[in-house]
Design a protein around this ligand. Structure first.
Ligand code: BEZ
Ligand code: FE
Length: 313
C-alpha cells in the first residue's frame, strides 16, 4: 500500500528536530544542509515507496563503500567531480579568469611526495620491459605566450595494466609519479611508459552501483597533471591519449576535446639518441597555458583527502 506522509506537520516538525534547529550549538550551515538533504531523502522514500529492505540494503552498501574507502571512487562515477569542475569553470568565467588550458578532475589516485627533478625525469622504474616507451614533453606558458620558468609540473599515471603505484602493491614506490620543475624556457621532459586506461575493480561496491545503472567503470588512457607557479592559477588537469575506445565513454566524465593528445611513434635512432633513449618511442607533447592571478588562494590546489598528503606537506 502506498502512503504519503512527507507533508504532514508531524514529519516536518520531526525533520526540524533531527536537523538540530531547536538546539543552540552546532553549525547553522551544517543544520541547513542536513535539513535539506534529509528532506529530499525523506520525500524520495515517500515518492518511490522505498521498502525497509531497499533502505537497509543501501545502508549495507554504504558501509562497504566506506570500509573500502570507495566514496572517492564512486563520486566521479556519479558525476560529482565533473560537476564541481563545471562550477569552478563558471566561477572563473565570472571572475574574468577564464582561458588557459582547461581543468579536469583530479581523481582519487594521487599520492603526495613524488620525487622532484629539474627539467627532466624518468618516471618508470624500468621493470616493465614490454611496455611502449613514452617521451612526454611540453612547455608551460602564460596566456600571453610567455614561458613560465620554475613551474612545478606534477605528473602521475597508470602502468600498462591500468594500475597506479601505492594503490597497486605490485609496483615500486612512486613508480610513474614525478614532479618536474620547468627549465628557463618553461619546458619539462619525462621518460615513461604508455599507460592503459583504469578500470573500477570488478565486484567492488562502486562496480555494483555502476552495474545497477547499466554502466561500466572504465576510463580511457590518460595522464594526470598538477601545474603551479607563483602569480599563476593552479591547474589540475589530465590529457587523454587519442584513439582509446573509451575516450568519449569515460565513467568519470573527465574527457575534454582540448585535452586530447595524439602520440607520435618515432622510429629514428638519432631522435632516440637525442633523448637518451635506445629504440622506438612514442612522443606525447602537451603544452600548458596558465592564467595569471595574484590571489594566493587560487595559486594552490584545493584541500581534499589525498594519499600521504599529511606526511609529505
Ligand atoms: C583515475 O584518474 O584513474 C580515476 C578517476 C576517477 C575514478 C577512478 C580513477
Ligand atoms: Fe587516473
Amino acid at each position: 500500500m502506498t502512503v504519503k506522509i512527507f507533508d504532514t506537520p508531524e514529519v516536518q516538525d520531526f525533520l526540524n528536530t533531527v536537523a538540530g534547529f531547536d538546539q543552540a550549538g552546532g553549525s547553522e550551515r551544517a543544520k541547513r544542509i542536513v535539513h535539506r538533504l534529509l528532506a529530499d531523502l525523506y520525500r524520495l522514500i515517500d515518492d518511490f515507496d522505498v521498502t525497509p529492505e531497499e533502505f537497509w540494503a543501501t545502508i549495507g552498501l554504504m558501509n562497504e563503500l566506506g570500509k573500502g574507502s570507495q566514496f572517492g571512487l564512486l563520486a566521479p562515477g556519479l558525476g560529482f567531480d565533473h560537476y564541481l569542475d563545471m562550477r569552478m569553470d563558471a566561477e572563473d568565467e565570472a571572475r574574468g579568469l577564464a582561458g588557459g588550458t582547461p581543468r579536469t578532475i583530479e581523481g582519487p589516485l594521487y599520492v603526495a611526495g613524488a620525487p622532484e627533478a629539474e627539467g627532466v625525469a624518468r618516471m618508470d622504474d624500468g621493470s616493465d620491459t614490454d611496455s611502449e616507451v613514452m617521451w612526454l614533453t611540453g612547455q608551460v606558458r602564460d596566456t600571453d605566450g610567455r614561458p613560465v620558468a620554475g613551474a612545478r609540473v606534477e605528473i602521475w599515471h597508470a602502468n600498462a595494466k591500468g594500475g597506479y603505484s601505492h594503490f597497486d602493491p605490485s609496483q615500486s614506490e612512486y613508480n610513474l609519479r614525478r614532479t618536474i620543475i620547468t627549465d628557463a624556457e618553461g619546458r619539462y621532459r619525462a621518460r615513461s611508459i604508455i599507460p592503459s586506461g583504469y578500470g573500477v575493480p570488478e565486484g567492488s561496491p562502486t562496480d555494483r552501483v555502476l552495474k545497477a545503472l547499466g554502466r561500466h567503470g572504465q576510463r580511457p588512457a590518460h595522464i594526470h597533471y598538477f601545474i603551479s607557479a607563483p602569480g599563476h592559477k593552479h591547474l589540475t588537469t589530465q590529457i587523454n591519449l587519442a584513439g582509446d575506445p573509451y575516450t568519449w565513454d569515460d565513467f568519470a566524465f573527465a574527457t575534454r576535446e582540448e585535452l586530447l593528445v595524439e602520440g607520435r611513434l618515432i622510429d629514428d635512432a638519432a631522435e632516440a639518441e637525442a633523448r637518451g633513449l635506445e629504440g622506438p618511442f612514442t612522443e606525447v607533447v602537451f603544452d600548458i597555458e596558465l592564467s595569471r592571478t595574484e590571489a594566493p588562494e587560487l595559486q594552490s590546489r584545493h584541500k581534499r583527502p589525498r594519499a600521504l598528503e599529511q606526511a609529505a606537506d
